[in-house]
Design a protein around this ligand. Structure first.
Ligand code: BG6
Length: 457
């Protein structure tokens, strides 16, 4: 086998604002739900994170030396609009993102910009309940249009919302807290559909005003495998995949809310009540590419099959290796997932917006020998190469993450980076950057456009 990665393949790496920037209360930034949640942990929080805000030159230099063709990062909504709406505009924030984008472009690194990555403005949650209110739709659209006006000449790859379905499953991430689980579910679905509508409006706007730009969401997409050859397990794995991941993709790539998804939500207690106009908004807001965050496979077992949609549980696959946080290592699962997506949405360009290995790490004499991450990259990219050979239109791969960052739930203990950041969960460390062994390994892959994957190791 040889490398089938296309010539202009976007070899990338990613981060998100609240996970790397730090400076959460600096230079006019407003508070987000991600700031609030991280400040409540009592551990390292968004005040420092990886302090990219004060290390941006160094980080761009590292990205350049790595040879990145693309850098995926997010704009912090509240660094631009501290109140979430247009009542206040923070020029310092605008300056900061121009600085990053200019720095990337000078080094021929394509910016891939996420508009909203888990960090919803707290002021809007206080004002009207955030995504629970229809007002959230126009405020998101205004924010997105603001970004497009300000950065639209330089940024041509946009991601609307990161992992909407993960936030809906964990509504605290949206600032929704209800002790009654049924009410919590109901509210999360209201937020879900407001996000769908807001996103569709932005997609429609971009497709009309910036027709050569790429616009779509970043969707969490693990591979779902049945726990056994029992058809009930096979069905429940498919139902979970349909209702968790394909529901989002169907809406954003087909403009269509499937009957199955409607039935599923109805059974769980939420009836979709979109008006005709809203159905139309979804139809007119079809993405021209999708970002998929793929890390792992999940094995699903039916626990109660007396319902239209069985209850299920996720179990461990005894044949697979797992991270300390129970994420399975399954490269073939990646090929399977991407071939499946392409069969369902033929020809749609896909960018892998996240994929990577997490581990607790220690630096020894200034070096980090992250053998597991190298193996993960090697094995998963080989399977991706086979998927591309089979005709899957993958245009880029962003390792998660570029530098070590605050994990969304486990702080700095759970490291993902190609670059080590000398800082621990108690906030101790020099914040100096140290390229790990995987950094050099990936550098070679990029330099050879995937051919080094086939060399002796
Ligand atoms: C995705 C998010 O859910 O997975 C990232 O988009 C996150 O923000 C990544 O960091 C890994 O999850 P975690 O919880 O290990 O940080």
């Amino acid at each position: 086998m040889k490398s089938y990665f296309p010539e202009n393949f976007l070899w990338g790496a990613g981060t998100s604002a609240f996970q790397v920037e730090g400076a959460a209360r600096t230079n006019g930034k407003g508070v987000s739900i991600a700031d609030k949640r991280s400040q409540e942990t009592g551990l390292l929080n968004t005040d420092i994170a990886s302090d990219e805000y004060h290390h941006i030159d160094e980080d761009i230099e590292l990205a350049k030396k790595l040879g990145l063709k693309a850098y995926r990062f997010s704009i912090s909504w509240t660094r631009i609009l501290p109140n979430g709406d247009l009542s206040k505009i923070n020029s310092e924030g605008i300056k900061y993102y121009h600085y990053i984008i200019d720095g990337l472009l000078e080094n021929n690194i394509q910016p891939i910009v996420t508009m909203y990555h888990f960090d919803y403005p707290l002021a809007l949650i206080k004002k009207y309940g955030g995504w629970l209110s229809k007002e959230s739709i126009s405020d998101y659209v205004a924010y997105a249009k603001f970004l497009l006006k300000e950065f639209g000449n330089d940024v041509h790859y946009w991601l609307t919302i990161n992992e909407q379905e993960v936030m809906v499953m964990q509504p605290e991430m949206l600032g929704i807290s209800e002790s009654n689980p049924q009410k919590q579910f109901y509210k999360a679905e209201i937020a879900n559909f407001n996000m769908y509508l807001a996103q569709a409006k932005v997609i429609n706007f971009v497709r009309k005003q910036y027709p050569s730009d790429m616009i779509g969401p970043a969707i969490s997409f693990p591979t779902f495998l049945p726990a056994s050859m029992n058809s009930k397990d096979i069905l429940v794995a498919k139902q979970y995949e349909d209702n968790f991941a394909f529901s989002v993709m169907d809406i954003v790539l087909r403009g269509n809310v499937s009957q199955k998804y409607r039935n599923y939500l109805l059974e769980k207690g939420y009836e979709i009540d979109l008006t005709e106009d809203e159905e139309q908004i979804l139809k007119e807001g079809i993405a021209n590419y999708i970002g998929l965050n793929w890390y792992t496979t999940q094995v699903i077992r039916a626990t109660n099959d007396n319902k239209l949609f069985s209850d299920m549980e996720i179990i461990k696959n005894p044949n697979l290796k797992y991270t300390d946080w129970n994420w399975a290592y399954d490269p073939v699962g990646l090929r399977f997932a991407f071939e499946e997506v392409q069969d369902r949405y033929p020809g749609v360009p896909i960018i892998i917006t996240e994929c990577g290995w997490s581990e607790r790490e220690k630096m020894i004499n200034g070096r980090i020998h992250d053998k597991n991450r190298i193996n993960y990259l090697h094995d998963h990219l080989l399977e991706l190469n086979k998927a591309i050979y089979d005709g899957v239109n993958v245009i880029g791969f962003c390792n998660w993450s570029f530098i070590d960052l605050l994990s969304s739930h486990q702080g700095m203990d759970k490291r993902y980076g190609l670059v080590y950041v000398d800082l621990n969960d108690r906030g101790e460390g020099s914040l100096k950057r140290y390229p790990k062994d995987s950094y050099y390994y990936y550098q070679n892959i990029i330099r050879t456009n995937g051919n080094s994957l086939f060399e002796e190791r």
